[in-house]
Design a protein around this ligand. Structure first.
Ligand code: GUN
Length: 281
């Protein structure tokens, strides 16, 4: 079984991006900039944002974090986004989710200039991705896609099963796999026989948020299994895949942690650089 090392893959991607930033700097005399807006004091969000900032600095991006208290008015956030949209030194804007209840997530996402939307959540980018046009691609599915391609460069005709249909993961993952000519089945919590669907798959991407849902006898030999889940349980953090069981059957599997997670952040840096490059044309 190949244990897919997301930490190593992310470090390699960051090294490539660092070189690219240095080249862009010498060509344009400026570097791409990422601005993250963090509202409230949720611990996981704070940890994510700190990691994003650290990685951005490591590859040489200009990085800024704007923090607001939980009580901040929606209007204040929308005005700040407008200001960042008009700021030439800002290539990418990310508003860390989840947001406090009184702030309308969709309004915030739609306020971001689609050309600076490093999350790929703006309806314009969602539409462009599903139409097969150039767009920002949500970081987690992009990271999964790059890991899958490392194991299997030619995905044409492969059967892929995506478990989970969220806008963040399942839906964009489906679009990426379709673009590679996979036959994709989207499954979710209401799917009748999830095991039977998974048993058909050459590639399984589990992004449903149910601890250790995908069992050893759900996967066929030679399948590639990507685990997007991060679930807190009494036994610590586990994925959506039962690691011990599935590792006995699959051809390749991502661990949790150390699989998809590090790639997500590296892909955010990639998206920031790609937004910068498109803005320089
Ligand atoms: N919170 C958890 N994951 C993400 C993400 O990918 N983007 C944003 N903006 N917030 C998140």
């Amino acid at each position: 079984m190949i244990l897919i090392d997301g930490k190593k893959a992310a470090a390699e991607l960051r090294a490539e991006l660092k070189e690219e930033v240095a080249e862009l700097k010498s060509k344009h005399n400026k570097v791409p900039g990422l601005t993250v807006i963090l509202i409230g004091d949720l611990t996981p969000s704070q940890i994510y944002v700190r990691n994003k900032e650290k990685s951005a600095n490591e590859v040489g991006l200009k990085s800024e974090v704007i923090k607001y208290p939980d009580s901040v008015e929606e209007k204040t956030v929308l005005e700040k986004i407008q200001e960042l949209n008009n700021d030439e030194t800002v290539s990418g804007i990310l508003v860390q989710l989840p947001l406090p209840k009184h702030i309308d997530k969709q309004k915030v996402i739609e306020a971001i200039d689609p050309s600076k939307d490093v999350d790929g959540f703006h309806p314009m980018n969602v539409g462009n991705l599903s139409s097969g046009y150039e767009s920002s691609i949500p970081c987690t599915p992009l990271g999964c896609y790059l890991l899958i391609k490392k194991i299997e460069p030619n995905l044409s005709g492969k059967k892929a099963v995506v478990v989970g249909r969220s806008n963040l993961n399942g839906k964009p993952m489906t679009q990426l796999l379709l673009k590679e000519n996979c036959t994709v089945t989207i499954t979710h919590s209401k799917t009748k026989d999830l095991k039977a669907e998974c048993l058909e798959a050459d590639i399984i991407v589990a992004a449903v948020g149910i601890p250790e849902l995908v069992r050893g006898d759900w996967v066929k030999k030679d399948s590639i299994v990507i685990d997007v889940g991060i679930n807190k349980t009494d036994n610590g953090i586990v994925g959506d895949v039962h690691f011990d069981e599935v590792s006995k059957n699959a051809k390749a599997l991502t661990p949790v942690p150390g699989g998809v997670g590090p790639m997500t952040i590296a892909c955010l840096l990639k998206n920031t650089i790609d937004c910068f490059k498109r803005s320089q044309i």
